[in-house]
Design a protein around this ligand. Structure first.
Ligand SMILES: [Zn+2]
Ligand SMILES: [Zn+2]
Length: 382
């Protein structure tokens, strides 16, 4: 089978156009319209408004169905790059590389439209990855059905890997994301008479410290886990002990016992510590995303393709992150693989994801497009 060559100019053009018009989660109307129009022109059967602003395109009938996913949303960040394709919208920026994912998805769709395939390919242009809701919304709207999806693949442009490398491995590669909020209710009063109060600030300080002991003392040492308290709020005056304090934070795991136990560990710790101070802790715990787990045989397919594209020695195992990714919702339901496509400068000076100076090496777009195109073709057995 011969595939049409990657159109590098069009990939860069698309990515820069999308970069200038970033849209936040579930507001990706311009991006979705662009994706839907392109897919239609290419002859795909298109469904819009799948998961609110999501777009689905299907080609082929009979045989297995492979889903390729591209997330579309940007972040509420003011771009600090001085480039011709800088964001045209104040306070919004493609600072995670999803502009590149959409451009890659469109290029893969173009190449596969021109190719006879022994099966079906389904594109999911997904909204709202950054707020972890988009994949679930698309699944609820039937993206994995009619035709039923047999396998799913995706990529993330990755600025901790130099361009020309690909990170791919079986098993968990991105973490579960939990969010917790703890309100410590005490009794306010005069700062000079603490004995007449129940100080929620002091209790909160102990809760923060005690939560750190979950990773060091309650987690099985061979499991991965992070607990971070990231917000702490209490009081409004230097001489008043407030009546409550709130803390918020996140738990990250790769699954296993610590993942299962985290909600009760956080709750029992907060309540127990607060009680020791005579205060009360109210705990809200939300599971946002599950760990993203790559299927071993699907990983073999994608890894083999990656080795052909960049060479065996430039395909890296062991690339994992405690960041979250709602591609995990797809991979929880169908086998598949999610790979990291290096997009950083070789000298290691590229900014990290979600930073106002984030940018990618655009040569990574071609590698990403090759990887997804050939993975789909190989999976379908063409
Ligand atoms: Zn991101
Ligand atoms: Zn991302």
């Amino acid at each position: 089978m011969t595939l049409p060559p990657v159109d590098e100019a069009s990939l860069v053009r698309d990515r820069r156009d999308l970069h200038q018009h970033p849209e936040l989660g579930f507001q990706e109307t311009r991006t979705a319209t662009l994706a839907a129009e392109r897919l239609q022109q290419l002859g795909y059967a298109v469904r819009t408004k799948v998961g609110r602003t999501g777009v689905v395109g299907v080609k082929g009938d009979g045989g297995r169905c492979v889903l390729l996913r591209a997330d579309m949303d940007a972040l509420p960040i003011e771009e600090a790059n001085d480039v011709p394709y800088r964001s045209r919208h104040a306070g919004r920026m493609h600072a995670c590389g999803h502009d590149g994912h959409v451009a890659i998805g469109l290029e893969v769709a173009r190449r596969l439209a021109a190719t006879a395939l022994p099966g079906r390919v389904k594109f999911a242009f997904q909204p709202a990855e950054e707020i972890s809701d988009g994949a679930g919304a698309m699944i609820q709207d039937g993206v994995l059905a009619a035709p039923a999806v047999d396998a799913a693949f995706g990529i993330h442009l990755w600025n901790t890997l130099p361009v020309g490398t690909i990170g791919v491995m079986a098993g968990p590669v991105m973490a579960s994301v939990d969010q917790f909020e703890i309100t410590i209710v005490g009794k306010g009063g005069h700062a000079a008479m603490p004995n007449l109060t129940i100080d929620p600030v002091l209790a909160a300080a102990h809760v923060v410290t005690a939560l750190q002991s979950l990773v060091s003392r309650r987690r099985e040492p061979f499991e991965e886990g992070v607990v971070s308290v990231t917000q702490l709020a209490a009081g409004h005056a230097f001489n008043v002990i407030p009546d409550r304090a709130t803390l918020r934070g996140t738990v990250r795991t790769f699954g296993g016992r610590f993942f299962e136990d985290a909600p009760s560990l956080v709750e029992h710790t907060a309540r127990g510590i607060a009680a020791a101070f005579g205060a009360e802790a109210k705990v809200e715990f939300h599971r946002l995303t599950r760990p993203l787990v790559n299927d071993p045989s699907m990983t073999e397919i994608m890894k083999g393709v990656a080795e052909e594209i960049v060479g065996k020695e430039r395909v890296l195992g062991g690339i994992r992150t405690m960041g979250g990714e709602d591609m995990s919702y797809f991979l929880q339901r169908v086998p598949g693989c999610f790979a990291f496509v290096g997009s950083a400068r070789a000298d290691g000076t590229s900014s990290s994801h979600h930073s106002p100076t984030f940018d990618i090496e655009e040569a990574a777009l071609t590698i990403g497009a090759e990887l997804l195109t050939r993975t789909a073709v190989r999976y379908l057995g063409a």
